[in-house]
Design a protein around this ligand. Structure first.
Ligand SMILES: C[S@@+](CC[C@H](N)C(=O)[O-])C[C@H]1O[C@@H](n2cnc3c(N)ncnc32)[C@H](O)[C@@H]1O
Length: 205
């Protein structure tokens, strides 16, 4: 699969160094997710696709509320690790801009902490909307603001990764273009570090 340079960051910089891998894993595990699944449970849907699933941490949350989980991620080593941890669960390699799933194949399509790392989020949003039957759920660790900041961040330890903050106007237009309506926002407040902050938007098609 063709990848942009910025999409190789996780494979080349995180997966090849076991300390950075452990740091990445612990950072993801510290992100609180319970409130998101408490909310999703109330919609009564049966299937969820987690796009940019990383290590598929969300699988256990879905299992606990009887939602059938699938995951997809561009980073093969993450997919392999997740497949080994959760045998029998559908977890595949794929790009968010070109998902290996049919139209409306999954009730809920979720993305979390991924849009900020893309050079632009619009093609991804359209693709998530195509695969979702009912809900598109977007988790932002850098929620949209008035002022846009498109930043290709050079990491001290090597590699570059986008850390974009999109403008509210741009995001609102993309939602309108895809006929998405925000029906719930779940705000997780900052606790000890900014990594714990997360804004999750539940959107109806
Ligand atoms: C910050 S991690 C978030 C992982 C997971 N969503 C979570 O919250 O635990 C970002 C993930 O996005 C994936 N990713 C980046 N660009 C992608 C793309 N174009 N298509 C699919 N996945 C991508 C990375 O491989 C990485 O696993």
């Amino acid at each position: 699969m063709e990848r942009l340079d910025c999409e190789r960051y996780w494979e080349d910089q995180i997966c090849k160094d076991r300390h950075r891998f452990a740091e990445f894993q612990s950072c993801l595990e510290r992100n609180p997710r319970e409130r998101i699944y408490d909310a999703l449970k109330t919609y009564g849907h049966k299937t969820l696709l987690d796009v940019g699933c990383g290590l598929a941490i969300d699988y256990e949350y879905c299992r606990d509320i009887q939602i059938e989980y699938s995951g997809v991620d561009i980073t093969e080593s993450f997919v392999l690790t997740a497949q080994q941890k959760y045998p029998g669960v559908e977890i595949k390699v794929g790009r968010i801009q070109d998902l290996p799933f049919e139209n409306e194949e999954k009730d809920i399509v979720m993305v979390r902490s991924v849009f900020e790392h893309l050079p632009e989020f619009e093609p991804a949003l359209t693709e998530l909307t195509r695969v979702a039957k009912h809900l598109v759920v977007i988790g932002w660790f850098l929620p949209p603001t008035d002022e846009e900041e498109i930043v290709l961040f050079k990491k001290q330890k090597g590699g570059s990764v986008y850390r974009n903050i999109y403008s509210k106007t741009r995001v609102a237009k993309a939602f309108k273009d895809n006929n998405l309506e925000i029906i719930e926002k779940i705000i997780i407040e900052k606790e000890d570090s900014s990594r714990n902050y997360m804004e999750t938007w539940v959107c109806r098609k």
